[in-house]
Design a protein around this ligand. Structure first.
Ligand SMILES: NC(=O)c1ccc[n+]([C@@H]2O[C@H](COP(=O)([O-])OP(=O)(O)OC[C@H]3O[C@@H](n4cnc5c(N)ncnc54)[C@H](O)[C@@H]3O)[C@@H](O)[C@H]2O)c1
Length: 398
C-alpha cells in the first residue's frame, strides 16, 4: 500500500516546499509569496492533489492501492512545490531543469538519481525535476525510489514524477537519460534482444520527438547502447542528431585507470583518451593518442607489448570480469560515468583535451561509415553546446 500526500480539493496546485535558504526569507517576501497567483494545473493530474490559492494545508496521509492511478502525477511530498516565479524574482535559484530517466528503478539509476538530486551534475544552485520512467513490472519499485528521494530532503529536487508512459514523462525534458533496457536472458539470441530493445527505443524516440525540449540532450545507456541510440534518434527527426549520445564514458574512465595504474601515476594525469566504436568487446581504447602528464603514453609506459595486447583486452573485458566478481553488472561506476558525460556536454572541454562519446557519424572526419552511432573523440566548445566538434587527430604523433 502506498501512502501519498493529499491536499484539500481545488483546481489549483503549487504550494510551498521550503528549503533551508528559503526559510531565511524575510516576512515581507513570504507575504508576497502568499499573494502570488498559483499556477493552474496543466494536463491530466491526480484530482486528489491540489490546494487552495491562499492557504496551504498540511498534507494528509491517505492510502492508495493502485500505484498506476498516479503515474501522471508528482509524487508525494513533491506535489508540494514552491512558487518558482517568486524564486526567479529573488534570483536565488535558476529555472528548473527537467531530467527524464528511464529504467529509474534499476541498479544504475539507484546511484545516479541521488547524484543528480544532490547537484553533482548541474551545480548547487540548479533546481531539478526528475521524471522517472519505469516498466510495468518495476512500477512498485519506482515508488520505493521516489520514497527514498522524498526522505533525502534534497533542497534542489523540486518535482518527482513516476510512470510508465514516455509521452508523459518526457514532456519538456532537457535531459533524457535512457538507462532502461531489457537484458539478455538465458538462451536468448542477440537478435531477439535487439528486436525487443529496438521497439523500446523506437517508442522512446517518438515520445522525445513529440514532447521533449528541442534542445534535449539524450544519453543512451541501455545496451546495446550504440544501436539503441541510433534507433532512438531515427525516431526523433525534430531533434538534432548531434544531441544523441551512446555512453562510452565508462570505458574511457576504465582505460584512464588502467594506464594510470601501469604508469604509476594518479589517474588525473591521464588525458586525451578515446574509445573508438561500440560499448562492447569490439571497442578500441586508443593508447596511441592518449597522454600521461601531457606526453604520449608510449614515452611513459615502456611495456609496449602490454599496451598493444594486454591493455586493449583488459578494457574490452573489464565489464565481464566485474560481472564475474560482483554477480551483476557495474552500476555505481556507470552512474559516475553518466555524471561525467553530462558535465562534459555542458562544460567547455579543457584546451587540448577531449572526451569520448558515441555520436552520429554523419560528416565525421575519420572515414568511419556514415549513418551509424560510433564512439569517437569530442569536445564541447561552450557551456550550452552539445558535442558537435570532432577533434581531428594528429596522425603524425601515432
Ligand atoms: N553503456 C554503458 O556503459 C553501460 C554500463 C553498464 C550497464 N549498461 C546497461 O544499462 C542497462 C541498465 O542496467 P541496470 O544495471 O540499471 O539494469 P537493471 O536491470 O538493474 O535496471 C533496468 C531497469 O529498467 C527497467 N526497464 C526495462 N524496460 C524498460 C522500459 N521499456 N522503460 C523503462 N524502464 C524499463 C527494468 O524494469 C529495470 O528496473 C542495461 O542494458 C545494461 O546492460 C550500460
Amino acid at each position: 500500500m502506498a501512502v501519498v500526500a493529499q491536499l484539500s480539493p481545488s483546481s489549483y496546485t503549487e504550494t510551498t516546499r521550503l528549503s533551508s535558504s528559503q526559510l531565511s526569507l524575510s516576512s515581507t517576501h513570504l507575504s508576497s509569496l502568499r499573494r502570488r497567483a498559483f499556477r493552474p494545473i496543466i494536463g491530466p493530474r491526480n484530482p486528489t492533489i491540489s490546494c487552495s490559492v491562499n492557504q496551504v494545508q498540511a498534507p494528509v496521509a491517505v492510502e492508495q492501492d493502485d500505484p498506476k492511478s498516479k503515474t501522471n502525477d508528482c509524487y508525494g511530498v513533491f506535489c508540494l512545490t514552491y512558487d518558482l516565479k517568486a524564486e526567479e524574482e529573488t534570483k536565488s535559484w535558476k529555472k528548473m531543469v527537467n531530467i527524464a530517466v528511464s529504467g529509474a528503478a534499476g541498479m544504475i539509476a539507484n546511484h545516479l538519481l541521488f547524484k543528480l538530486a544532490a547537484g553533482e551534475v548541474l551545480g548547487p544552485d540548479q533546481p531539478i525535476a526528475l521524471k522517472l520512467l519505469g516498466s510495468e513490472r518495476s512500477l512498485q519499485a519506482l515508488e520505493g525510489v521516489a520514497m527514498e528521494l522524498e526522505d533525502s530532503l534534497f533542497p534542489l529536487l523540486r518535482e518527482v514524477k513516476i510512470g510508465i508512459n514516455p509521452y508523459e514523462l518526457f514532456e519538456d525534458a532537457e535531459w533524457a537519460l535512457l538507462i532502461g533496457a531489457k537484458p539478455r536472458g538465458p538462451g536468448m539470441e542477440r537478435a531477439g534482444l535487439l528486436d525487443i530493445n529496438g521497439q523500446i527505443f523506437a517508442e522512446q524516440g517518438k515520445a522525445l520527438n513529440a514532447v521533449a525540449s528541442r534542445n534535449v540532450k539524450v544519453i543512451v545507456v541501455g545496451n546495446p547502447c550504440n544501436t539503441n541510440a541510433l534507433i532512438c534518434l531515427k525516431n526523433a527527426p525534430s531533434i538534432p542528431a548531434k544531441n544523441f549520445h551512446a555512453l562510452t564514458r565508462l570505458d574511457e574512465n576504465r582505460a584512464k585507470c588502467q594506464l594510470a595504474l601501469k604508469a604509476g601515476v594518479f589517474y588525473d594525469k591521464v588525458s586525451n583518451m578515446t574509445i573508438w566504436g561500440n560499448h562492447s568487446t569490439t571497442q578500441v581504447p586508443d593508447f596511441l593518442n592518449a597522454r600521461i602528464n601531457g606526453l604520449p603514453v608510449k614515452e611513459i609506459i615502456k611495456d609496449h607489448k602490454w599496451l598493444e595486447e594486454g591493455f586493449t583486452e583488459t578494457i574490452q573485458k573489464r565489464g565481464g570480469l566485474l560481472i564475474k566478481k560482483w554477480g551483476r553488472s557495474s552500476a555505481a561506476s556507470t552512474a559516475v560515468s553518466i555524471v561525467d558525460a553530462m558535465k562534459s556536454l555542458v562544460t567547455p572541454t579543457p584546451e587540448g583535451d577531449w572526451f569520448s562519446s558515441g555520436v552520429y557519424t554523419n560528416g565525421n572526419p575519420y572515414g568511419i561509415a556514415e549513418d551509424i552511432v560510433f564512439s569517437m573523440p569530442c569536445r564541447s566548445k561552450k557551456v550550452t553546446s552539445v558535442c558537435r566538434e570532432m577533434v581531428i587527430m594528429n596522425l603524425s604523433r601515432m
